[in-house]
Design a protein around this ligand. Structure first.
Ligand SMILES: [Zn+2]
Ligand SMILES: [Zn+2]
Length: 279
């Protein structure tokens, strides 16, 4: 399995997961032209993408969705509530001649080509927002994606347990947010438990989720006003060092990560090692 982060932050979000020759997009905040350019820069023809999973209907996650679905006929996988919100935005179901709708129930994996896609309900100020856990059906490798998450609930921690790669929001430094230029109502909205995840809360979640088989962590959806890559990295680094974690930590820029990364299944690797030791 391979993961390519195409865009991340309050302007646009999109990443693509590749496995067994198939591709699944998670969020479509880029317009079709930029999206196609970003995909092709990684050698991925847009028409080879087999569907798009949507976390929620905020424009930085769906800005390009309507046009992309009309152009490439991608089915849309998301919660019933987000489908309804998207219909209001004009991204309609199959009867409207646009995108095919696939409803993701909370915490139940849905098979989609080479993937299993599981949406997990998260706290955020949208209709029915979800984190995504995407599993490669052939290798068993799993990647979890949660951006725009007010707090990492017990439900999310359980769903993300023992994943092989993790893309998690590290939105703001609380001190920078409090002292920063945003008006009070916006500061409150961001800091609320239905808002965005602070560096400290991200670090606490990472300390719980870090395990030996977790090969990659990507800090995502960084605020360009209330955070810096250095501050986010330092905060996560402290938490991960305490947890004794030794994987690869990357910080997603607004235009994503410069290269994709490969994710294997640690469970499969451990099983193989067990078989080798028994032999
Ligand atoms: Zn967002
Ligand atoms: Zn949002």
């Amino acid at each position: 399995m391979k993961v390519f982060v195409l865009a991340s932050g309050s302007t646009a979000n999109a990443l693509v997961i590749e496995a067994a020759g198939e591709r699944l997009l998670v969020d479509c905040g880029l317009g079709p032209r930029t999206l196609a350019t970003r995909l092709r820069s990684f050698g991925i023809p847009p028409e080879s993408v087999g569907g798009v999973a949507i976390t929620h209907e905020h424009s930085d996650h769906v800005h390009g969705l309507k046009k992309a679905c009309a152009k490439w006929r991608w089915p849309v996988l998301t919660s019933a509530g987000t489908h309804a919100a998207l219909a209001e935005l004009g991204v309609r179901g199959s009867t409207g001649g646009g995108a095919r709708r696939i409803v993701l129930p909370h915490a139940q994996a849905v098979a989609h080509g080479a993937f299993e896609v599981m949406g997990v309900r998260i706290p955020h100020d949208a209709a029915e927002p979800m984190a995504m856990v995407v599993t490669c059906r052939s290798s068993g490798a799993r990647v979890a994606v949660a951006t725009d998450i007010g707090e990492v609930s017990g439900t999310v921690l359980r769903a993300f347990e023992k994943v092989d790669a993790l893309v998690l929001e590290s939105n703001h430094d609380m001190g920078m947010l409090v002292r920063g230029p945003y008006p009070p109502h916006l500061k409150q909205r961001i800091a609320a438990r239905t808002g965005h995840l602070s560096n400290a809360d991200c670090g606490a979640a990472l300390a719980t989720l870090a395990h030996r088989g977790l090969s990659h962590i990507v800090l995502a959806h960084l605020s360009e006003v209330n955070n810096t890559p250095e501050v986010a990295q330092a905060s996560a680094g402290v938490a991960l060092r305490k947890a004794g974690w030794r994987g690869k930590l990357a910080i997603a820029a607004p235009d994503g990560l410069a290269s994709g990364f490969a994710v294997g299944s640690h469970a499969d690797a451990e099983r193989q090692l067990g078989l080798a030791l028994e032999a």
